[in-house]
Each structure stands twice: as C-alpha cells, then as structure tokens.
Design a protein around this ligand. Sequence first.
Ligand SMILES: CSCC[C@H](N)C(=O)N1CCC[C@H]1C(=O)O
Length: 356
Amino acid sequence: MRIEKLAALMEEKGFSGALVSPGANFYYLTGLHIHEAGERLTVLAVNPDGEYHILAPSLYQNVIKDFPVTFWRDGENPYSKLGTIMKELGIGGKVLVENTMRADWLIGIFHSDNRFDPYPLNVLMRELRMRKDKEELKLMQKAAEVADRVFEEILSWDIVGMTEKELALKIELRIRELSDGISFQPIVASGENGANPHHEPGNRKIRKGDMVILDYGARWKGYCSDITRTVAIGKPDEKLLEIYRIVKEAQEDAFQSVREGIKAKEVDRAARETISKAGYGEYFTHRTGHGLGLDVHEEPYIGPDGEVVLKNGMTFTIEPGIYLPGLGGVRIEDDVAVINGRGKRLTRADRELVIL
Ligand SMILES: CSCC[C@H](N)C(=O)N1CCC[C@H]1C(=O)O
C-alpha cells in the first residue's frame, strides 16, 4: 500500500525508480527492521509500476520473508546483483536514492551504471510520512506516555550528587525497560552546561543552585517521542527563574498558535516573538521545533524558514530555549499533533518549575 503510493508519486514526477537503504523509509515501506549501521549492501528497489525487490546479505535469510528478495553471500559482488535487479525493474537514469545512503554504496552503484542520475528520495517520502494516520498517532502517543512517565519517576530520584552521565544512563535504562528503546542519547545538562543545547552528559555532579535540562525520548514500534523539562536543584539564580518563566510562556504561545493551514514558520514566530520581546532573542539559538515520527528529526521543521503548511495528522516538537553562557539554560519541549485543526499535546508532563 505504502509502496504503491511511492510508486504513484514516482510515476507523476518522472522517476524511473527508487533505491532505499535501511532506515526509517525502509521500515515505513516494508515493515522490516534491518540494522541501519551494517556495511553490507542492502537495498529495496521500487519502480513506478509498484514492482519491488530487495537485495540483502544472506545473514538476513531468516528475517526477510514473504518479499521478492535476492540474497548475496560474503565474498560475492553485490553490485552486479543490484545491477541485475535494477535492469529487471527498468530502473536507470533519473533514480531516487535514500538521502542517508552510505557513500561507498553510492559510489559502487555509480561505477556499475553510467546512466545513474541520483535525486534525494526524501523529496517524495516527506509527502508520504509527514501526515500520520490514526495507527501511527496511537504509537506516537504511547511513546509520549513513556516520556511523561519517566519524568514523573525522575522527580522521585535523588539526583543531587549524581553525575550527568549517571543520570543519563539511569534515564536510558528506564526508557529501555518501558519501551522499545531510546529515540536518541538522553541529554542531561546541568548548571553552566545548560547553555549548550546539545550538551553531551559528562562527569559534572548535579548540585544545589543548578538548573538541569533533561531531554530524552522513547521509541514505540519505531515511533519516537522527544521531551525536555528543566528542573531546579534548590532555589536557582533570579536570572534563571526569569528565563524559565519566559521560555514557558513562549512554549505556550507557540502551542496556542498551532492551526491547520498556517505555515510552520508562524509557530516558530510565536515562540521567537515572546522571547525577543523579553530581551533574550539572541540567546534562543535554534529553531522552535522539528517534525517527529519514525525519525526523531524529520519534516515539518518549525523554524524561521518553515514553509510547510500544517495539516491534520502532522506531528512535531515545540521546544524553545534560552541559553546564557557561563550561567546555564532552560528548554521546555512537548510533542504536538495537529488534530481537528488545532494543536494537541502528546507529552503532558507538568511544565511548572519543579524545585528538587
Ligand atoms: C536528537 S538530539 C536533540 C534532541 C533535542 N530534543 C532537539 O531536537 N533539540 C535540542 C535543541 C534544539 C533541538 C534541535 O533542533 O536539535
């Protein structure tokens, strides 16, 4: 069904086929979980008639069933086998290629087909994946509920004196216990480290006076959640309290602005205006959010350049932040779906400042 939709789009846009390597698109189209980081050539080839064939290493022989598939063994040349599949499906010339395909695979395909003219697959896949159906929304809600539950539990842990790494590991473990796994490596950024939005948890111990940014997510049957809450350890600096209030207001303003039919950049503007008016515009150093689904970052991106028109079924984060060098930062993030023309929060953990 999904492969047919991709085929129809390819037909309309004049592509001779698509080569999809393991990852979210491969899973979306086939339902097969194939290890993304494997170095052995694995490709789903689809043509505009909706015919498809998988080339896979023989170690997947017991995983890929009920699919037209050719297996290759270590020691064989997989590129000549892929060439045969492409020829049989009539794929050549203008071909869609998975955006994240490994360069060595791409080079191998180039060298075995001199008519090969690649285009990024996501120009079509984004159209298919951006709007989630009811089943997908249910899975996203489940992933969001795990994120909320883990936050509730964190509030009962004695985190003072833990290092960022220890807390991140504990969060990861709990997510893995409650779901299919983490959607990305948790961020724990304490004190001055909070000024780095993508801080990698280190050996700094969480202590009194800190604001601590906790940013993590779970996967439920492939679908991601992504939540951020910022908590205080004891009474924090007045400036940090002030930016907490502003970020919370900006997050609410952006959420309230969500409507079917507006552009993504209008949601970004709502958050940015609130922060800029309060005098902290230059300290909000990233977009307001990003689409969320099988990938933790996907369309629609909620940034100043977000031209995508929001539609029912789209899911994205709203996560403004203020980052003050040398002092710390605050970010508050929820996962939101457009339902019946308005925003609906999927993550619902308390956004009031919690002082531990
Ligand atoms: C996938 S790692 C980052 C997860 C985080 N929730 C996130 O998406 N962001 C943190 C700062 C901004 C935003 C981003 O766009 O990277």
